[in-house]
Ligand binder design. Structure first.
Ligand code: HEM
Length: 412
């Protein structure tokens, strides 16, 4: 039997190259299978929905439609942590995002990310120096995973040595985003509520400690600072800290790994980057278009019946926005399947758009730019040992589980 397009997207067998399925999907910009979500795959339609105030991110507004593999009960039924601002609508979303941003970016904290440049460079250097046998490197385990974890720990003030404790919880939460179309929806993400609770308890202990002994990290500031919006409640602080910790590394790992994979498949670009590290800026933007670590946004719901491309999407239905497909839409991008860092017009959807667009974007970009330019500069004659590499199961947060590469040596 031929698989439905929805099943094909979710099937791990298609993870290495989902793009032909997206091309098929775009023939019907609003795709709907019986009892399934409404799947939107074309650039302009996705963008307009991301900016539409009638579209909610709050799971409370979702009316269960039966077999939508991603439909899930509102979060607090699953766990004791309230939803983070990723899953809230205005005005709560805006208030929490504003209060968090006070300690992360301009205008109140203009130096937070920029001030990490030296640290980023130091972490990248340390990890590359620590690569043992250049003949067999697992880029994920040895570089792309530890790098953003170390960075987000430093930013938040989470002890790096606790990684072994939160790694399992973070993985379970990330995996709960991964829909298995054939599993009983009630069973899906079974490990996540427990993981969220454990992570919440762990962070609560840490915040208690930071309140007593504040540092210059974000957790200390979020826990004590009072701004025009007041202070975060303990529960708001916990769900925000959990969001930052997870969003801060489960995505960047894939951008760096997808980046190296794409560069090794395009050796001319790798060579140009080695000669001119400033090329890392357009390369990272093109990567966010070409191989976005967040492939789709599966948690949207219309607050009223809305019409998109001639299809009425009913109020309360489940809406998926396939960012990675919009990024390859030939109506928007010339030659979309070509990796071309010289592209001038590159307003991709890789970091979302609208009020929920990626909060950590300046940090994510800087991390990937440092990582790729240093890998290009220091690895001598790097090559892929396995192509395509094995992928993580996750269809939403897509990226290689391992990336085996070899090189002739490590330059100082
Ligand atoms: C390459 C790395 C990253 C990618 C591709 C990425 C991608 C995204 C995307 C697509 C969204 C929008 C989700 C939606 O519309 O529902 C988002 C939101 C978010 N991201 Fe990132 N992200 C990355 C790194 C980071 C980092 C490093 C942080 C934290 C420091 C972060 C924190 C967040 C937060 C808090 C949100 C929610 C924003 C809101 O709801 O207002 N992300 N990210």
């Amino acid at each position: 039997m031929t698989q439905s397009l929805l099943h094909q997207i979710l099937d791990p067998a298609n993870r290495a190259d989902p793009y032909p399925i997206y091309a098929e999907l775009r023939k019907t910009p609003v795709h709907h299978e019986e009892d399934g979500p409404f799947v939107v795959s074309t650039y302009y339609e996705i963008r307009s929905l991301l900016h539409d105030p009638r579209i909610s991110s709050d799971a409370h507004n979702l009316v269960s439609t039966g077999h939508d593999p991603l439909a899930e009960p509102a979060q607090e039924e699953q766990s004791e942590l309230p939803p983070s601002f990723l899953r809230l609508d205005p005005p709560e979303h805006d208030r929490l995002r504003r209060m968090t941003n006070r300690h992360f970016g301009p205008p109140h904290s203009p130096h937070r990310v920029d001030g990490m440049r030296g640290e980023l460079q130091g972490i990248v250097t340390g990890l590359i120096d620590g690569i043992g046998d250049p003949g067999r490197i697992d880029l994920v385990d040895q570089f792309s995973y530890p790098f953003p974890v170390t960075v987000i720990c430093r930013l938040l003030g989470v002890p790096r040595e606790d990684e072994a404790r939160f790694h399992g919880w973070a993985d379970a939460i990330a995996a709960s985003l991964d829909p298995d179309p054939d599993a009983d929806p009630a069973e899906r993400g079974k490990g996540a509520p427990d993981a969220r609770m454990q992570l919440g308890m762990y962070l609560a202990g840490l915040i208690e400690e930071r309140r007593k002994n504040p540092g210059d990290d974000m957790l200390s500031e979020l826990a004590s600072a009072k701004g025009p919006d007041g202070t975060l409640t303990t529960m708001e602080l916990l769900s925000t800290a959990a969001l930052l910790l997870i969003a801060g590394h489960e995505t960047t790992v894939n951008l760096v790994t997808n980046g190296m994979l794409t560069l090794l498949r395009n050796p001319d670009v790798l060579q140009r980057l080695r000669a001119d590290p400033r090329l890392a800026v357009p390369i990272v933007e093109e990567l966010l278009r070409f191989e976005p670590p967040v492939q789709l946004v599966p948690q949207r719901t219309p607050l009223a019946d809305i019409e998109v491309h001639g299809v009425t999407i009913p109020k309360g239905s489940s809406l998926w926005l396939v960012l990675a497909s919009g990024n390859r839409d030939p109506r928007r991008f010339e030659n979309p399947d070509r990796f071309d860092p010289d592209r001038r017009d590159i307003q991709h959807l890789g970091l979302g758009s609208g009020i929920h667009s990626c909060f950590g974007a300046p940090l994510a970009r800087l991390e990937a730019q440092f990582a790729l330019s240093e890998l290009a500069r220091r690895l001598e004659n790097p090559r892929l040992l396995e192509d395509p590499p094995p992928y993580r199961q996750n269809a939403v947060l897509r990226g290689p589980r391992h990336l085996s590469i070899a090189c002739d040596g490590i330059r100082p």
